[in-house]
Design a protein around this ligand. Structure first.
Ligand code: ADP
Ligand code: ASP
Ligand code: MG
Length: 410
């Protein structure tokens, strides 16, 4: 007998028929002798609908009330799934995050899980019940409802699996695993049997929304066996692994595991700032002071004693960042401040890159062949990212997928 935590995403519980399908699947696992804890998302589109309601009142709803609102989506699906299970004679009990006591910090809208109480869930499992928990939510120390950021139900699943020492955490979604890139953009994308935590973490943080970054982080830290599978078709899915042996074996064969992309960043440039010590700090200090995260940064070689400084932020922070820079332009002695929101970041990810040269030049060649101009470049041990004009996103991803022959098994 194994203890399995299963998380079903929004599409998987998108209507009553699909919720009943999930109930059947859960019962199948239970009948094979396993204990099952289920985490569900809100029905697809529901979280967006709730956000729309609040934004219809004000652009900046208070973070506390926003979380009270957003958490209701998942409360609906836990109840409906339990009703569907009970109708089939399967004993089940639903829990909101607060009822489990998924304790988080008090950062509304992006709270982090600090602790999970397992006694009540264990009691139910021992009594033969299926436990159904609302994803994406918790409570802070004062009992306020918090939410974990978009896609946060993945993290609830992993956190419960870690706390319960589950044998596996299964993330059920609308694709049958992690692919070499988003199959919606490249139909030739190939499902990976396995991917390392390190690579998955890069893929998630560089824009592949198949798993929330924090879920991957959490699973890696707590050694939670994690698998991504389809709710709708049978198959082995993709195992996220940290096996050293696999790494060595894979490093020898595979250069690139996947391509991630992200169209949610914007680029800002400060032109003609006097090049002296403290330039970067003077520009970025006030930006980080306003709690705005900076991603890629480039400072050009100076000519005539002045330099150009370019960096990217999340698109939601673009207006505010531009305002900050404009306010400070005179003080910085800058000639001009400009910005561009129509950019996209494409990234190649692979642990094989560590031991191979030439990946970057092959990437640049593939993009050049399509006439795609690279605006920014950044690299780390297992990834290379470039910023290009947004209109080239699909073309660029497809060109890279083909150049690195990711549709073929290595
Ligand atoms: P859920 O609602 O189940 O949490 P998400 O929409 O959050 O599902 O994540 C699944 C989606 O992630 C897929 O439909 C797919 O379009 C997208 N995706 C992006 N990159 C990848 C990738 N590398 N492999 C698989 N899916 C990906
Ligand atoms: N319902 C939340 C969202 O849409 C959380 C999740 O589905 O993981 O982001
Ligand atoms: Mg998701």
């Amino acid at each position: 007998m194994a203890l399995i935590v299963q998380k079903y995403g929004g599409t998987s519980v998108g209507n009553i028929e699909r919720i009943e399908n999930v109930a059947e699947k859960v019962i199948g696992w239970r009948e094979r002798g396993h204990q099952v804890v289920v985490v569900v998302s809100a029905m697809s589109g529901e979280t967006d609908r709730l956000i729309g309601l609040a934004k219809g009142i004000t652009a900046r709803p208070s973070p506390r009330e926003f979380d009270v609102l957003l958490s209701t989506g998942e409360q609906v699906t836990i109840a409906l799934l339990c009703i569907a299970l009970e109708k089939r004679g399967c004993p089940a009990r639903s829990y909101t995050g607060g009822q489990v006591r998924i304790l988080t910090d008090d950062a509304f809208n992006k709270a982090r899980i600090c602790d999970v109480e397992v006694d009540a869930m264990r009691g139910d499992l021992d009594a033969g019940r299926v436990v159904v928990v609302a994803g994406f939510q918790g409570v802070d120390e004062d009992g306020n409802i918090t939410t974990l950021g978009r896609g946060g139900s993945d993290t609830t699943g992993v956190a419960l699996a870690a706390a319960l020492k589950a044998d596996e955490c299964q993330i059920y979604t609308d694709v049958d695993g992690v692919y070499t890139t988003d199959p919606r953009v490249v139909p030739e994308a190939r499902r990976l049997d396995r991917i390392t935590f390190e690579e998955m973490l890069e893929m998630a943080s560089l824009g592949s929304k198949v798993l929330q970054i924090r879920a991957v982080e959490f699973a890696g830290k707590h050694n939670v066996p994690l698998r991504v599978l389809s709710t709708f078709v049978e198959g082995p899915g993709t195992l996220i692994t940290y096996e050293e042996a696999f790494e060595v074996e894979q490093m020898e064969k595979v250069l690139i595991s996947g391509i991630a992309f992200n169209r949610s960043e914007a680029k800002l440039t400060v032109l003609g700032v006097p090049d002296r010590p403290g330039v970067a700090f003077n520009i970025l200090g006030p930006v980080s002071g306003a709690n705005i995260e900076v991603d890629m940064i480039i400072q050009n070689i100076s000519h005539d004693g002045t330099t150009d400084f370019t960096f990217t932020v999340h698109r939601n922070d673009f207006e505010r960042t531009l305002e900050i820079l404009k306010e400070r332009a005179a003080e910085l002695g800058a000639r001009e401040v400009s910005g561009d929101t129509k950019i996209a970041k494409l990234s190649l990810v692979g642990i094989g890159m560590r031991s191979h040269a030439g990946v970057a030049s092959k990437m640049f060649q593939a993009l050049a062949k399509e006439g795609i101009n690279i605006r920014m470049i950044s690299t780390s041990e297992i990834k290379i990212s470039v910023v290009v004009d947004e209109k080239y996103l699909e073309l660029g991803v497809r060109a890279l997928h083909e150049a690195f022959e990711l549709d073929k098994v290595a």
